[in-house]
Design a protein around this ligand. Structure first.
Ligand code: ATP
Ligand code: MG
Length: 493
């Protein structure tokens, strides 16, 4: 199916988001859409799929003009949209999620679970993945939730599949499986619109690339006729030299220790220490237990045995508030359900863990709250029209920056970052790395869980590798290589 967008314009209130965007996606091609956070990629796709209405402009499918009334309408025309933010229902099983709105009924009118299971298993087999069909989606990893959404859209037998940063939550292995699926779709004549901030995967998997900047389509070219430097230049409007800043400070003395953390079936005997001003990278495959360990340290999840030694004394963390009181911050991997309250304003979100500092005699001082939040969002380059608007109106990457602003604002001693740059554009990523350097130079220590190996290698002083809930090894920065990490992460020696 061929798609043509012509002169699409869209404003939200006074905020002009898209200005005359043209996009042409040929049938059977994998077309990448790239651009900085807030460039308008998701909005353009929301318009194509009838979720938002364009102020002006036209949509043609196979040469015929169409107007979709809503998302369902677009689906019926064969366009599936896998959203940037996960849309699974946490209280339903994976199987029920897969058949949301289209549950097959048996001849007595009851939901036909047998048929559902059979269809789901067939589809999974076809794509080459396994999903815990009976498990509640809310109990599954972000990666599994993401694969569920992808599988769901493939079950629609769509002619066009839009993927808005599908690999942000996937491990390398899962991502490779997805690329194989994309190739299969392409062979069947299905078009894929692929939004991603990851340069390498775009260059290996996409046929053409359209770059957007500030609500305009800047350039479209065949992947083989362009290069990363040109794409980045088009995206950010300037040349980015080095990707990872140099680590300048030397970590100080050891001040934080985790001893023998164990939770049966989740992780075993995790012990490590942290020095002041150090960045400890945590690598491992999705599902290895990295997030679970961090959640236990922060008091979100239970941990059967284990001690935390802080400044030479054992401390007890039973709930997140205990951790916050010690000066620990936690940026979670799942910003939608844990990191942000989307209906709250940006100000309210940033102020949330900083209540004590911003209040006098238990009353929040509105003015200092606003000034403080403004300062923090400027520091992180949050692109918002007005910080009094709901956080849900921000683009995905800018939401992530608000989560970071929220925790950095409390002047933490220790920050746990779980996938801190997931879904963040190349320029803003660099800003976050610089910020990590500034923080560590001030003595803040950072534990950074990341599935992006280059990021772990580029930013960590030491790298801890987790394999199936066990500590597989800790590497010093100078001895660490991609191969060594992968070997440890997959259980090799
Ligand atoms: N529902 C909405 N209400 C108000 N403003 C919105 C809404 N949705 C998007 N915007 C604004 O539109 C602009 C473009 O956002 P969009 O989500 O399309 O960016 P994006 O290119 O997908 O970015 P990212 O890479 O961060 O996901 C942003 O400035 C955002 O704040
Ligand atoms: Mg987006």
């Amino acid at each position: 199916m061929e798609i043509k967008l012509e002169g699409i314009c869209k404003s939200f209130g006074a905020n002009r988001v898209l200005t005359g965007v043209d996009l042409h996606v040929k049938s059977g091609e994998i077309h990448a859409l790239m651009g900085e956070n807030g460039a308008g990629k998701s909005t353009l796709m929301n318009i194509l799929t009838g979720i938002h209405k364009a102020d002006s402009g036209k949509i043609f499918i196979d040469g015929k003009e169409v107007i979709f009334k809503n998302n369902r309408d677009a689906e019926l025309h064969g366009i599936a949209f896998i959203h940037q933010e996960l849309n699974v229902w946490p209280n339903l099983s994976i199987l029920e999620n897969l058949f949301m709105m289209r549950t097959p009924k048996n001849k007595w009118g009851f939901i036909d679970y047998q048929k559902m299971t059979q269809l789901a298993e067939e589809k999974c087999k076809e794509i080459g993945i396994t999903l815990p069909l009976k498990k509640l989606a809310g109990e599954c990893s972000v990666g599994q939730q993401q694969m569920t959404e992808i599988t769901k859209s493939l079950m629609l037998d769509a002619k066009v599949v839009i993927m808005d940063e599908p690999t942000a939550a996937l491990t390398e292995r899962e991502a490779n499986r997805l690329f194989a699926v994309m190739k299969k779709l392409k062979a069947r004549g299905v078009s894929v619109i692929y939004i991603s901030h990851r340069m390498e995967e775009v260059f290996t998997n996409c046929d053409r690339i359209t770059v957007m900047r500030d609500g305009r389509a800047i350039a479209t070219s065949l992947t083989k006729d362009t290069d990363m430097e040109t794409v980045v230049k088009n995206m950010v409007g300037r040349v980015l030299s080095e990707y990872y800043p140099e680590r300048t400070n030397t970590p100080g003395e050891e001040f934080f220790k985790v001893e023998n953390f164990s939770e049966p079936g989740v992780f075993q005997n995790i012990s490590f220490s942290l020095r002041r001003g150090e960045i400890l990278g945590v690598a491992g495959l999705m599902g290895a237990g990295r997030t679970e360990i961090m959640r236990a340290i922060f008091g979100i999840d239970h941990c059967k045995t284990g001690k935390i030694i802080y400044e030479g004394k054992e401390i007890s963390i039973k709930k997140p508030l205990d951790a916050i009181k010690q000066g620990f911050g936690f940026i979670t991997e799942n910003r939608k359900s844990e990191g942000l309250i989307l209906d709250f304003s940006i100000v309210q979100n940033i102020a949330l863990p900083n209540g004590e500092r911003l209040s006098k005699h238990y009353c929040i001082n509105k003015k200092s709250e606003f000034t403080f939040c403004q300062k923090m969002s400027e520091k992180l380059g949050v692109k918002a029209e007005d910080i009094r608007l709901p956080a849900g109106t921000l683009s995905g990457g800018n939401q992530q920056k608000v989560v970071i602003a929220k925790w950095v604002g409390m002047n933490p001693k220790l920050l746990i970052l779980d996938e801190p740059t997931r879904g963040i554009d190349i320029g803003a990523k660099r800003d976050i790395y610089d910020l990590m350097n500034t923080l560590t130079a001030q003595g803040v220590s950072i534990i950074m869980v990341s599935s992006e190996l280059s990021e772990v290698l580029g930013m960590s002083d030491r790298i801890m590798v987790i394999h199936e809930g066990k500590l597989a090894g800790i590497l010093e920065h100078k001895e660490a290589t991609q191969e060594k990490i992968m070997t440890l992460a997959t259980g090799g020696m």
